[in-house]
Design a protein around this ligand. Structure first.
Ligand code: CAA
Ligand code: NAD
Length: 302
């Protein structure tokens, strides 16, 4: 009987079925927080190997969250973990995965052409009500959305690594995003436990527009020999209260990822000195020293 009191637009705003495309670092985290919040999640990747790995990573990470949330009640913690895990389906067919979706969050490689190809095919396969969002770090949401016929139901949902821990979600509106779509995305972000802020479709939105040049300047500082990597990191942790120093953070995010973002912006905005890719970072990436994930970047990890 309750349903009859709700307007159709309110009902349309209820997101229960979420499809996350890309089962890597970010996609598996996004799938996890949605499942923890009680939603039905479909996680998609082109690689079966990745899907297997993401399942293991999600199990480990939900285990940590469960332990923390249910410190004094291990049985309830176990139930939370099992129920959350049971809400996630792992599949490799992207078109099929969106047939029942209320929301699609894309977290595949940071490449405009590949994202275009994916969104074109999803646009054909998904019902017209389905909201589309990209988790891109550095590309324009408007440019990504341009290949679809649903710019009014398109936005950015930008999460932070590690997704289960970082509390922020940037919600990006493009001029075409309707109020209804925007509100549904904000409500969904809140439902998955994040504090949402509203951003325009500008390079790097808020966080990366500040963080990427900051890390690059720290690398340039190291390049100039102004201070050692260790001292730069100690400085920002103890002098500015950051949980990680900028050099550590560069290694944590991936030096290739950081360089890729800088190179893209440098090409688009050649006059902005802040976006100039540092030489020593280019060299490390060429040598395959990408940071924590390869065991070496500015620091060595054993
Ligand atoms: N899953 C679940 N829980 C996790 C986790 C994961 N993957 N990683 C860490 N945790 C939990 C730990 O269990 C721990 O919980 P307790 O406090 O209950 O013990 C807590 O988080 C802290 O973890 P650790 O003790 O292992 O380590 P820490 O205190 O050094 O915190 C950190 C780790 C949260 C990563 C912290 O160092 C940090 O906030 N660093 C900065 C991260 C950052 O800036 N991220 C943004 C990068 S930019 C980006 O993502 C955007 C982009 O587009 C590139
Ligand atoms: P990742 O390399 O860990 O994962 C990407 C996954 O996408 C891979 O597993 C790959 O197999 C899969 N994939 C590629 N093409 C696909 C397709 N057509 N269909 C289905 N799956 C496909 O990358 P990531 O770090 O998780 O980043 C994903 C997105 O999130 C990027 O747009 C990135 O800019 C953004 N992002 C990254 C971070 C970060 O700190 N790493 C933070 C916020 C946002």
């Amino acid at each position: 009987a309750k349903r009859t009191f709700a307007s159709s637009s309110t009902l349309n705003n209820v997101i229960k079925n979420v499809t996350v495309i890309g089962g890597g670092l970010m996609g598996s985290g996004i799938a996890q927080v949605a499942a923890q919040a009680g939603q039905n999640v479909t996680l998609v990747d082109i690689s079966q190997d990745v899907l297997k790995k993401s399942e293991t990573n999600i199990q480990n990470s939900i285990g940590r969250v469960g332990k923390k949330l249910y410190k004094d009640d291990p049985a309830a913690g176990k139930q939370f973990v099992e129920e959350s895990l049971s809400r996630i389906k792992y599949i490799s067919d992207a078109q099929k995965s969106v047939e029942q979706a209320d929301l699609v969050v894309e977290a595949i490689v940071e490449n405009l052409e590949i994202k275009h190809k994916l969104f074109k095919s999803l646009d054909e396969a998904a019902p017209s009500k389905t909201l589309f969002a990209s988790n891109t770090s550095s590309l324009s949401i408007g440019e990504i959305a341009s290949v679809t016929k649903r710019k009014d139901r398109f936005g950015g949902l930008h999460f932070f690594n590690p997704v289960p821990v970082m509390r922020l979600l940037e919600v990006i509106r493009i001029p075409e995003t309707t109020d209804e779509s925007y509100k549904a995305m904000m409500a969904w972000g809140k439902a998955v436990g994040k504090t949402c802020i509203t951003c325009k479709d500008t390079p790097g939105f808020v966080v990366n527009r500040l963080l990427v040049p900051y890390v690059a300047e720290a690398v340039r500082m190291l390049e100039r020999g102004d201070a050692s990597a260790e001292d730069i990191d100690i400085a920002m942790k103890l002098g500015a209260g950051y949980p990680m120093g900028p050099i550590e953070l560069g290694d944590y995010t991936g030096l290739d990822t950081g360089l890729f973002i800088l190179e893209g912006w440098h090409k688009k905005f050649p006059d902005n000195e802040l976006f100039k890719p540092p030489q020593i970072q280019k060299k490390l990436v060429q040598e395959g020293k990408l940071g924590r994930k390869t065991g070496e970047g500015f620091y060595k990890y054993t």
